[in-house]
Design a protein around this ligand. Sequence first.
Ligand code: HEM
Length: 507
Amino acid sequence: MGLMDLCFTTLGLSFAVFILLFDYMKRRKRWNNYPPGPVSLPFIGNLLQINFQCPHVLSVKFGKIFSLQVGWKNVVLLNGLDAVKEALVQRSDDFADRPPFSLFDHLGYKKNCEGIMMARYGHGWKELRRFTLSTLRNFGLGKKSLDQRVTEEAGCLCSAFSSKDGHPFNPRFLINSAVGNVMCSLTFGNRFEYSNEKFLRMLHLIEEAFNIGAGIMSQVTLNMMPWLLYIPGPQHNIFQPYTDSFDILREIVKEHKETRDPAFTRDFIDAFLEEIEKAKMDPGSTFNENNLIFTVFDLFGAATETTTVTLCWALLYMLRYPDVQRRVSPRIPHSGCPCVFHEEIDKVIGRDRSPEIEDQVNLPYTNAVVYETQRYCDVVFAGVPRTTCRDTEVQGFFIPKDTIIIAVLSSVLKDETVWEKPHQFYPEHFLDADGQFVKREAFLPFSAGRRMCLGEQLARKELFLFFTTLLQHFTFHIPEDQPRPREDGHYILIHSPDSYELCAIPR
Ligand code: HEM
């Protein structure tokens, strides 16, 4: 071997040792009492050991609070009611941040212009969340109340189901259109026909963007290896549905600006434009036009998939558990079981008027079925990632600042120490001995604490009113010659049912 070769080999080896040492230092845990976890591999950490469908499976070995290494990022998973509640509720402030997400950095998200879902915890997020909550909650804006908008849409959804004349169909598309329309009504001031091309394209783009944002490529690969975005390749295609959605929203905002009457606020976009006007002199304000686009996009993304998928699960459970369906709405022939709850919808609401949100208190069984659907299908099964804003602790474990936190909601909704039948569909979880509805502390499908779901009230209304109106008008059957739909489904950020068909028979 020549001197030159020897030099290169020594240099190469030194470099390799340096890189391995650097990687080791990055992955080394220098804190006492940091949550335990599996041994991590150089550079990729525990990436190969993560079970994306059931992230809490390692808790069997490491306990309810355990750690993972994803690349050089420290991740801690919290499982079970006690750990999740202590972190998200009792130490709400410490766990209120979101991790940086390189996908969004490349889309132009920056301080005070990062929408609401992935916004870093701070003044901008607080201001925007307060504004969004009060604008959606006090929807005295425009001519119609929020309840009226949902009820009207539930009627349109029933007409669309009727048009299937009892033939088999997959309900997902119609439900998604109805749920999307409620958001359109709140944010743009009007609903669309389910066949409107612009509307369909927007729903399609949002779904595509949601799936991309939730996919392995953006969640893990681009976050771990953001340099991939600086070289050409198919990874750049992931931005298209986002930029196309932003273009559609930009056009809608432009129309609003042209037709806006400052004396009359029609919808969320008008209300936001008013805030932009007020904040004109403040260059650091969170109320700016790009942030309006990102916020509306977030609202659609957060609201449509979650609510649509939950309603699809609700109908799937009605097919799988006809006894439950019969108790909610009695027209399915049954074999002589006592009719304690059976006539609930017919008895309380009848046929001549639409269900209203006030009916909830008089429909304990129906309400329990909706709650149990959310518990059992655990749509957002691993929550949305959080980050610690400062050094903190949970259940005696030390968790340093900037740790990514996964509060596994599924482990709370199916916590074996809390629920009587955690792995069964059992509406009685939400009923007391007298058949009255009871709320449960471990019912956390919307998460908890500072960053908990902002749309809970709206989602609750939609789930109850859509479900009750559909059950008032139809009985649901599995189409002849089709198998009973499966209840395991698939997991990509949210837990969705595999596609299935049903027959909606008018009652
Ligand atoms: C069944 C329906 C829904 C479920 C299960 C659900 C669940 C969730 C969950 C688990 C989170 C993460 C909270 C956390 O980080 O701890 C979240 C956040 C969020 N949700 Fe929902 N959601 C639903 C419907 C909606 C609707 C209808 C809206 C729209 C109005 C909405 C808007 C949001 C927003 C904006 C956030 C981010 C909040 C923040 O970071 O401050 N969600 N949701």
